[in-house]
Design a binder for this molecule. Structure first.
Ligand code: SAM
Ligand code: SF4
Length: 350
């Protein structure tokens, strides 16, 4: 990315903020910067994925323009995700460039969700660019189970990445998908390990996104689905879980684990409706804006981006999309229905 690009799309000239039809201010954008990944997690991707051709994918400059336009329209937090954001070529150029909005105070936070495989390489650079926190997805500390879940991933690589993140001064939160019969026997171990490492932990319910096993996606996920209210009840037999009023602006609800002093979060899209406080939208790497993770309706920002170098059309397309943001989602896991929405999590980003 050239210096010229970094100078455009600045946060100067702040416009009227984005408010959806239900009065929710949209201040958080998650951006999937690639649909590719170096892992093939069983709940996320099939083993043989076909990825998008390059022409469909927003360039780094285009991603910068969209993100910067959102910042001008009141976005305070940007989270880069994927696919695996750190396997996108040139990703640090984009992250360094977006860091300018932190320095001007237009943006409160620039962060990412990563599988950790590239953190050993990038942790220092991320910190230098202004990133302060990262979410790292890690479902198990057992090397064989890790290889089974991620198919292509290797645990030591991720543990090295986590050590590098800590050494660089990045705050780490671990995201673990709770999977029945897979890692549910290991949650105590994960909780105490996070306590020792100084990491918060968030447990996520598996969501019915995309076909992962060729049967329409429902059966494997019915087997894997583990309601977190049951997990919480079970953990509370051995751990002191204290109610706290901590919110990150995301859907997680947190408790403090008295024994470790760390926070434990629960993301329960299946059993708890968190839509009423939703402040976010999601952009895919092709420039499609999803106003809700659980609904098909989307807006094409790429056409507006490519139609003109001026950001006015883009801004108008964003405003029109926000005016259509739905009230909430409607996930169902049952054996008769297929996935609630047909796209994979790696498309919209987690
Ligand atoms: N590759 C990065 C990572 O794994 O952190 C970022 C993208 S990944 C799609 C984001 C998050 O979505 C991860 O924490 C992953 O565990 C979660 N995820 C993927 N598929 C899911 C599903 N079907 N249900 C619930 N969480 C899912
Ligand atoms: Fe890749 Fe993240 Fe999906 Fe796993 S969850 S396959 S690491 S995008």
């Amino acid at each position: 990315m050239t210096d010229g690009t970094a100078a455009t799309g600045g946060s100067a000239g702040r416009a009227a903020p984005l408010i959806d039809p239900f009065g929710r201010a949209i201040s958080y954008v998650r951006v999937s910067v690639t649909d590719r990944c170096d892992f093939r997690c069983v709940y996320c991707m099939s083993e043989h994925m076909s990825f998008l051709p390059k022409a469909e994918i927003l360039s780094l400059e285009e991603l910068d323009r969209v993100c910067s336009t959102f910042v001008r329209l009141g976005t305070r937090r940007l989270r880069l995700t994927g696919g695996e954001p750190l396997v996108r070529r040139g990703i640090m150029t984009l992250i360094r460039s977006l860091g300018r909005h932190l320095r001007t105070g237009a943006l409160d936070e620039l962060t990412l969700t990563t599988n950790g495989s590239q953190l050993a390489k990038y942790a220092e650079e991320l910190r230098a660019a202004g990133v302060r926190r990262v979410n790292v997805s890690l479902d198990t500390l057992d090397p064989d189970r890790f290889a089974a879940i991620t198919r292509w991933g290797r645990l030591p690589q991720v543990l090295d990445g986590l050590a590098a993140a800590k050494a660089a001064g990045l705050e780490v939160k671990i995201n673990a998908v709770a999977l029945k019969g897979v890692n549910d026997g290991e949650l105590d171990t994960l909780l105490s390990w996070c306590g020792r490492e100084g990491f918060d932990l968030t447990l996520i319910e598996v969501m019915p996104l995309g076909d992962i096993d060729g049967d329409g996606g429902s059966n494997a996920r019915v087997e894997q689905f583990l309601p977190l209210h049951a997990v919480r009840a079970d953990l509370s037999r051995r751990w002191t879980l204290q109610e706290i009023d901590y919110r990150t602006g995301g859907p997680a609800r947190y408790v403090r684990v008295a024994e470790t002093g760390r926070r434990l979060g629960f993301i329960t899209p299946m059993t708890h409706n968190f839509c009423e406080s939703c402040n976010r939208v999601r952009l895919t790497c092709t420039g499609t804006l999803y106003m809700c993770l659980g609904q098909e309706d989307a807006a094409d920002l790429r056409a507006a981006l490519r139609a003109s170098d001026d950001d006015a059309a883009l801004e108008q397309a964003i405003r029109a999309a926000i005016a259509r943001k739905p009230k909430g989602h409607d996930f169902i896991i049952d054996r008769r229905s297929g996935p609630a929405v047909t796209r994979h999590m790696s498309v919209t980003g987690g």
